[in-house]
Design a protein around this ligand. Structure first.
Ligand SMILES: Cc1cc2nc3c(=O)[nH]c(=O)nc-3n(C[C@H](O)[C@H](O)[C@H](O)COP(=O)(O)O)c2cc1C
Length: 339
């Protein structure tokens, strides 16, 4: 199954793992790339003296465990205080390590602006594809203006951080494909089935990215208590609430229900400016207790509506190979019905 992305990135299948900070997706990235997709490591740390070294350790881990291409995410949000240094350091690390330079082919920025990373990476890592997450067409216009190679069109049904825009993946993917046919396009949010992958490609995406489907895999490093919540969850079991960088889609549990309604963008910016870093870290603690202790009651559990499509925990290799086989069959069946 060839697309512009499989050809340019040198991968077998048009499937990516979505980044899922503050959780680690390092082993998940290895498994995804090994299975023929593109694994993406997450920006798992908020700040702290070791966060940059920690990020480098994740990159080193992946190149030690696979020879396949992979990518990373940097969240360029205001409160993500290590992002500027990461944007500068990543090309330096690539230049010093030929294996990293060869394999680290995809840099995805999100949660803030793409401009500074685009300017830096065009100069210092021109062979690395830079994409940015776009949740609405007017924001995609800005991504294109900033010179990114591609867009990850992410709709409101997706898990984790969302924007205030409320646009579905279905509408957004078509809008971006129609307006910017020359740009590489990844469609994301709500994918957890071969039918979904086929639909994403049919809408003009060069690949689809999945988060929740891969959490519920034996290869992801998410706590077993977290994984176990996904197969029984229905599409109605998530809510949008206020997160660190704006609205966030979480599984309904005690934390999510107590955390309250989404505050407006203006209120959120005011809240961020009034927040001390300690308050911010206290909120992050609710994410940490999920992966350190598996506390799925008091912790925050980002999950997409796609949970309603998932009824098992499987190997990444099995997910990717069964999805792509069935996707091909869907296309062949549709073609056979054309006269
Ligand atoms: C646990 C979790 C954490 C996430 N953290 C990030 C992140 O750090 N950066 C980012 O760009 N997107 C993040 N996202 C969004 C995903 O990259 C992706 O858009 C989303 O999972 C797609 O929806 P799906 O879960 O239905 O596949 C996160 C999603 C989840 C479920």
């Amino acid at each position: 199954m060839k697309t512009r992305i499989t050809e340019k990135f040198g991968i077998k299948y048009p499937i990516m793992s979505a980044p899922m900070g503050p959780f680690y997706t390092t082993k998940l990235a290895v498994a995804t790339s090994e299975a023929g997709g593109l694994g993406v490591i997450s920006h798992a740390t908020l700040r702290g003296k070791n966060s940059v070294e920690d990020f480098k350790a994740q990159l080193d881990y992946v190149v030690e465990h696979t020879d396949k291409p992979f990518g990373f995410n940097v969240r360029t949000a205001r409160v993500q205080t290590d992002h500027k240094i990461l944007v500068r350091k990543i090309p330096e690390w690539r230049d010093k390590n030929p294996k990293l330079k060869e394999q680290l082919i995809y840099g995805l920025t999100s949660a803030g602006g793409p401009r500074k990373a685009a300017a830096m990476w065009k100069k210092k890592a021109p062979d690395m594809y830079h994409f940015h997450v776009g949740p609405a067409l007017w924001l995609v216009d800005k991504i294109v203006e900033s010179g990114c190679d591609g867009i990850v069109a992410t709709g409101i049904e997706g898990g984790g951080h969302q924007s205030y825009e409320n646009i579905s993946t279905l509408v957004l993917t078509q809008q971006v494909a129609q307006k910017y046919p020359e740009k590489l396009l990844v469609s994301c949010g709500g994918y957890a089935s071969p039918e979904g992958v086929a639909a994403g490609l049919a809408m003009g995406a060069d690949a689809v990215a999945m988060g929740t489907r891969f959490i519920a895999s034996s290869d992801s490093e998410f706590h077993q208590n977290y994984k176990d919540l996904i197969p029984p969850a229905s599409a109605r079991d998530t809510i949008l609430t206020t997160g660190g960088f704006g609205p966030i889609r979480l599984l309904k549990n005690q934390y999510a229900l107590e955390h309250g309604e989404v505050v407006s963008k203006t209120e959120k910016i005011a809240q961020e400016q009034a927040f001390t870093m300690d308050e911010y870290l206290e909120d992050l603690h609710h994410y940490e207790i999920v992966y350190t202790e598996g506390d799925v009651k008091n912790g925050a559990i980002p999950v997409g509506q796609s949970a309603g499509l998932i009824d098992d925990i499987r190997d990444v290799d099995d997910i990717i190979s069964s999805f792509t086989k069935k996707t091909e069959k869907i296309f062949k069946d549709i073609c056979s019905r054309l006269s």
